[in-house]
Design a protein around this ligand. Sequence first.
Ligand SMILES: *Cc1c(COP(=O)(O)O)cnc(C)c1O
Length: 226
Amino acid sequence: MTLESRLEGIRARIEAACRRSGRKPEDITIIAVTKYTTLEVAEEALAAGLTHIGENRWQDVKPKWEAIGDRAVWHFIGSLQTNKVKDVIGKFDYIHSVDRLALAEELEKKAAARELSVNVFLQVNVSGEESKHGMEPEELEEFVGRMGEFPHLRMAGLMTMAPYDADSEAARPVFRKLRELRDGINAKGLLPYEIKDLSMGMSGDFETAIEEGATYIRLGTVLVSG
Ligand SMILES: *Cc1c(COP(=O)(O)O)cnc(C)c1O
């Protein structure tokens, strides 16, 4: 099966999930996660009409990034060490993994030096699994309250990862909680602007994530080999 035909099946599943939840397919953006694949696969994704690419390690994405450049919108979805910020700044349009103040400070410093504005998602460990990155839900409000210290970062929204080997229904409360956290931030007016985006849902659980309000779904396996 080609990526294009797999994408057709995925789009049908997205539409069905939208119908079930009264949402519009155009409000959901697929991020093609091309980690572990080649430049050819990334090119195939672009040719099939996907424009958002997600990667999690600069060493691996470098050749793809250099070949594709601004033909794609780039999403950094991996955990990001502070000393690696210099590699990704100015190259990725969105950073999905901001989970600690030290990282926000470093992103701000590097973005300010280059007069860039960087879109960030705050990653929240909703499931509470020890192995997961992300701040605790209880830490979120204070973090958001400090976003004003980072004028070169624009908060797009929240990101989470559901437990690995749970079936997709088990992921539902995790996704729902992320949506409630977003709505709480907006209701309390913690930022001078509203946040809209929820980055949640992967190959095994994207339909549930859509039903619970995902605006970005991050698809690897189901797209490149499913
Ligand atoms: C690898 C990865 C994905 C894609 O996972 P699949 O299950 O292959 O769709 C999504 N999000 C993050 C953060 C990842 O690391």
